[in-house]
Design a protein around this ligand. Structure first.
Ligand code: GCO
Ligand code: MG
Length: 410
């Protein structure tokens, strides 16, 4: 069975997505997600101009060989653009292989290791009343683990927080973290104000919702290692499921300092793309959860490699799953998450109605967890005609500056 043709579909139902469609010479179709929030066209070009011309005529069953051919043969290894492109090819070929086998993809990955994959949703609010409403809303939706993000006193908006102003009065978290505009919005940040405020938020949330609810928080890379250590220690009384992206982790050794000071579990890696980005973090058990999603981690093949390495050090999966991972990417994450032994938790930030109309619902959400669909392959049915109606619009994640105007970590 040979790869016959590939199509790169850039579409914007609710937010921008890059989707790869591979069709074999006997008409079997595979889907892959190549969405890179704010840099979508870079991946679309990498695929259209440098990968797609190489695929026709290749044996569609040779997934590992194709992965190595694109990774090593591209010479310029690693990085978010190349690995998102490789991820989409890999995912599409796994989709095809499972369809030909007539099995849901997870059956080819070892079968189910659990009933369902625990998920967490995104609750947020500028102030506590809005935040509590958002938490209640997610509990009513069936979530049993919830990410908590709030504003910081003195700041009009903080990334990741829906507020009546930022979301046009809807009070809901903006489905598109990357705001549509020709230039990124600029936000202001002050770490000391944030560090003073966050413990009081979790004190209030625990007081309102009790000790059992799994709570997560994302620091979005904004702290120095010692500030991260301070935050981790200050949150210990509130027993977080995890504290995410506490400090930029390209310098993996920075987490040694954080680990010395706090037992709050740590999750890192939504911006990481290969096992090499994690080598010290995992081998020294400096983190507890690996965040790379299928879409950004080199596909099923790439992320499986990372998670099998992580399993040796009792590190679990915590795959990234905001609305800028498409339903195709989420479906792939659900198939791998169901099969691996060291599954931890899956981010599931419910896609918008427009997105769901194009891609369909990629998973079944019951009892606080998700299962992939019991259909051959990924189980995806993409409405290409509807997708074509949603033109790409430039959209970027906001940028971040300190009070004195210095660009700060995002
Ligand atoms: C998360 C992420 C988001 C990102 C966005 C980037 O944990 O879901 O940190 O909040 O900022 O997904 O594309
Ligand atoms: Mg994050």
């Amino acid at each position: 069975m040979l790869i016959d043709r590939t199509e790169v579909i850039v579409s914007s139902p609710g937010r921008n997505f890059v989707t790869l469609k591979i069709t074999t010479d006997d008409g079997v179709v595979g889907w892959g997600d190549a969405t890179l929030n704010g840099r979508e066209l870079a991946v679309a070009s990498y695929l259209r101009d440098h990968v797609a011309p190489l695929l026709p005529g290749r044996d569609a069953h040779r997934i590992e060989d194709t992965w190595q051919y694109l990774y090593r043969g591209g010479y310029w290894r690693r990085g978010p653009v190349a690995m998102a492109a490789i991820a989409s090819v890999d995912t599409a070929l796994w989709d095809i292989k499972a369809k030909v086998a007539g099995l849901p993809l997870y059956q080819l990955l070892g079968g189910a290791s659990r009933e369902r994959c625990l998920v967490y949703g995104h609750a947020s609010g500028q102030e506590l009343p809005e935040l509590f409403d958002s938490i209640r809303e997610h509990l009513e939706l069936g979530f049993r683990a919830i990410r908590v993000q709030t504003g910081v006193p003195g700041f009009a908006s903080v990334y990741g927080v829906a507020s009546s102003a930022a979301s046009g009065g809807a009070g809901r978290y903006d489905y598109e973290p990357a705001r549509r505009s020709a230039r990124p919005a600029e936000e202001t940040w002050d770490t000391r104000a944030y560090l003073r405020h966050v413990p009081s938020v979790f004190e209030a949330v625990r007081g309102e919702f009790g000790p059992d609810l799994a709570l997560l928080h994302d620091a979005h890379h904004r702290l120095t290692p010692i500030q991260a250590a301070k935050l981790g220690r200050s949150l210990e009384p509130y027993d977080l499921f995890w504290l995410e992206d506490v400090t930029p982790a390209e310098n993996q050794q920075a987490l040694r300092l954080v680990r010395q000071h706090t037992t709050t579990p740590l999750a890192i890696g939504e911006v990481f793309n290969t096992v090499w980005d994690y080598q010290t973090l995992i081998s020294e058990q400096l983190i507890d959860y690996v965040r790379s999603p299928i879409t950004h981690g080199g596909g099923i093949t790439g992320v499986r490699r990372i998670l099998d390495y992580a399993a040796m050090y009792q590190v679990k999966s915590g795959m990234h799953g905001p609305t800028d991972v498409s339903p195709v990417g989420l479906a792939a994450a659900a198939h791998l998450g169901l099969a691996i032994h060291n599954f931890g938790i899956q981010e599931y930030m419910l896609h918008s109605e427009q997105t769901t109309a194009v891609f369909g619902l990629p998973v079944e959400f019951t009892e606080g967890g998700i299962r992939p669909l019991e259909e051959p392959g990924l189980g995806m049915h993409v409405d290409e005609n509807l997708a074509a109606k949603y033109e790409y619009e430039p959209a970027y994640l906001p940028t971040n500056r300190l009070l004195d105007g210095t660009v700060h970590d995002w």
